[in-house]
Ligand binder design. Structure first.
Ligand SMILES: [Zn+2]
Length: 236
């Protein structure tokens, strides 16, 4: 199936790009729904995110059970599986132990992404926060994260990181980049004084210019080039 082969390849590329952007290290993962099925493709548990190949990908069902693959699935596969189960519009999911978002999740202060243009990707209001700090190792925990996410694009996991969902691998990747950048700016601005969060009208206007295929493609293409220059795209 040519489509599946291509999806595995793009997933491997996205993993190396997330690694090159400092958004995943030895853990963290990205997945994609296999179109028209109740299955997903996800990075394998043991292989480095910096060198993972298309052939290494694991297929699981929406209960997190491995259907196909030579490796086991990541231990937090339930986060991905239940996000697809809960939302038919979700085509790709990333789970990051991203540093700035994890830092903001540790304080009792809401994080408003829409205080900067990258953050406007996520729309108005504070990012939802999943309070249980435990790793997501069961279907029930995966359901609870999906419930906290609601209809949003991202959820913070307290002291842990985040989960980001979107309509394609490229959109999830761009959202991951924007989320960490927005968190970094929010953190730094908070040190200087009260953050001037965009109002509803400002958010909508900036969002319009940000949430577009052309912008997502630009972020993607730049990171493909950057990751190639770093010598991390060979042997996909
Ligand atoms: Zn995790």
């Amino acid at each position: 199936m040519a489509e599946l082969t291509e999806l595995k390849k793009v997933l491997a590329m996205s993993s190396r790009m997330l690694f090159n952007s400092g958004l995943v290290d030895y853990s963290g993962h990205i997945s994609v729904r296999i179109p028209g099925s109740d299955h997903l493709l996800i990075l394998p548990h043991p292989v480095s995110r910096a060198i993972v190949k298309a052939d290494d990908m694991v297929v699981t069902d929406f209960e997190g059970k491995v259907i196909e693959g030579k490796y086991k699935a990541p231990s937090e596969v339930y986060m991905h599986a239940r996000a697809y189960k809960a939302r038919s519009d979700t085509q790709s999911v990333a789970h990051l132990h991203n540093h700035m978002v994890a830092t903001l999740s540790m304080v009792n202060k809401p994080f408003y992404p829409a205080s900067s243009n990258p953050g406007a990707f996520f729309g108005p209001g504070p990012l939802p926060l999943y309070m249980d700090p435990a790793l997501i190792h069961t279907i029930e925990q995966g359901d609870a994260v999906a419930k906290t996410l609601g209809k949003g694009d991202a959820v913070m996991l307290r002291g842990h990181g985040s989960m980001v969902v979107a309509q394609s691998i490229e959109w999830v990747f761009a959202a991951c980049v924007d989320l960490e950048e927005a968190a970094s700016r929010f953190y730094k601005a908070s040190l200087l004084g009260p953050v001037m969060v965009y109002n509803e009208d400002e958010t909508q206007r900036v969002m319009k210019g940000r949430r577009k295929d052309s912008v997502v493609q630009k972020v993607w293409d730049h990171n493909v080039a950057k990751t190639k220059l770093a010598g991390l795209m060979d042997g996909i």
